[in-house]
Design a binder for this molecule. Structure first.
Ligand SMILES: *[C@@H]1O[C@H](CO)[C@@H](O)[C@H](O)[C@H]1NC(C)=O
Ligand SMILES: *[C@@H]1O[C@H](CO)[C@@H](O)[C@H](O)[C@H]1NC(C)=O
Length: 153
């Protein structure tokens, strides 16, 4: 476990005696994300409900999914995607999709893109991002298929 200023700060906030609320956890998880403290962030996220009785809201999910996704911890991302109650919010899927692009995770990128198509069929963003991930992996036919499919609509 990494121990640095973020660790001390997070522990201090949580242990300060003031009952942590959603805002406290956004602050702590944002700090973990910015410092790349993935394991600590995930541990704190998982303690929210079990130890502090705070239900993670969309903001906390977005933050931890971004943190895990940037680090390429896609199995944990997938776990959270399945249990999160915010499946109708495009922000989360955009975060998942952009992390997949960074790490070239096509299978998960496709799932995120499908959710984005479902939520906003008018938006061209998921089409463009998916075409880009195929192109970056040399999957030109898939990239072209998406462009054609899009142009047909
Ligand atoms: C996570 O950290 C990165 C890098 O500092 C930042 O660009 C991104 O916006 C952060 N995500 C969230 C949800 O705060
Ligand atoms: C992509 O994400 C899945 C989880 O949905 C994970 O099991 C797989 O290992 C990831 N693949 C790559 C190339 O990162």
């Amino acid at each position: 476990m990494e121990r640095d200023d973020t660790w001390i700060c997070s522990e201090d906030i949580i242990a300060s005696g003031v009952k942590p609320d959603g805002i406290t956890f956004i602050a702590v998880l944002t700090a973990c994300n910015h410092s790349g403290l993935v394991d600590l962030g995930f541990q704190i996220f998982n303690s929210m409900q079990s130890e502090h009785g705070v239900d993670p809201a969309l903001d906390q999910y977005t933050c931890i999914i971004d943190c895990l996704g940037r680090a390429g911890h896609f199995q944990d991302v997938e776990l959270l995607m399945e249990k999160m109650p915010y499946k109708d919010d495009p922000v989360v899927w955009e975060v998942v999709l952009s992390c997949c692009i960074v790490h070239g995770n096509v299978s998960l990128a496709e799932r995120a893109a499908v959710e984005l198509f479902r939520l906003d069929p008018e938006s061209s963003t998921p089409y463009v991002l998916l075409a880009n991930i195929y192109s970056s992996l040399g999957r030109w036919n898939d990239a072209r298929a998406i462009r054609v499919w899009r142009a047909d609509e």
